[in-house]
Design a protein around this ligand. Structure first.
Ligand code: FES
Length: 95
């Protein structure tokens, strides 16, 4: 089971995740305050986060991310980025 470590507002929290879940869902399910003004539909970029490690354990960048201008590492949209496989990931969330 992959473990996702979120860093936000001076807090570091590591949680279990299921492969296939988005970073936004994992964050919200665990009480981590990831912004999501468009409701997780890929239209606002408020869920943008920084991948600090484990990016190889995330699904490839989506067309929606590219359309929103999130085109280069280490940046991803939390609502569009799904965990794949069993590897661990470390994410910095802007709050
Ligand atoms: S919640 Fe709006 S782009 Fe992710």
């Amino acid at each position: 089971m992959p473990k996702i470590t979120f860093q936000y507002a001076g807090v570091t929290k590591t949680v279990d995740a299921k492969s296939g879940e988005s970073l936004l869902k994992i964050a919200l399910d665990n009480g981590i305050p990831m912004e999501h003004a468009c409701g997780g539909n890929g239209f606002c970029t408020t869920c943008m986060c920084t991948v600090k490690s484990g990016g190889q354990n995330l699904a490839p960048r989506t067309d929606r991310e590219e359309h929103m201008g999130i085109t280069s590492d280490p940046y991803r949209l939390g609502c569009q980025t799904r965990v794949t496989g069993d590897g661990d990931v470390e994410i910095e969330v802007s709050v």
